[in-house]
Design a protein around this ligand. Structure first.
Ligand SMILES: [Zn+2]
Length: 110
């Protein structure tokens, strides 16, 4: 799990807004397509706010499956979207659905 510093959070938040703004400006001179710039800008603002709000991003997780007792790597996404706990995943060995939750006193680098 990566803990994001303020500078990285700001960059992650500003990037979608700038991309949406550039897209909206490109669409502006095109008749009728210029209307698509408004929802595009809204999506950029939504994802920018969501990214800037995230303080932590999961990169990887591993643990022992309570069903088959095998130690396995757990899929928690690709590290881009800001996941919030609990995270749904599944065991790579037996396929059982698992729920990852925060444990009190959890180390920052797990
Ligand atoms: Zn399992």
């Amino acid at each position: 799990m990566d803990v994001l510093r303020l500078r990285r959070r700001v960059l992650r938040g500003v990037t979608p807004v700038l991309l949406a703004l550039i897209g909206a400006l490109v669409l502006l001179p095109v008749p009728l397509m210029h209307l698509a710039g408004i929802p595009l800008l809204g999506l950029g603002l939504y994802f920018g706010f969501r990214n800037a709000r995230a303080c932590e991003v999961f990169r990887s997780a591993s643990g022992t499956c309570p069903s088959c007792n095998s130690h396995t790597d757990l899929f928690v996404g690709f590290g881009r979207p800001p996941f919030e706990l609990p995270v749904k995943t599944s065991c790579a060995s037996c396929g059982r659905n698992l729920m990852l939750e925060r444990v009190s006193g959890m180390a920052e680098d797990q």
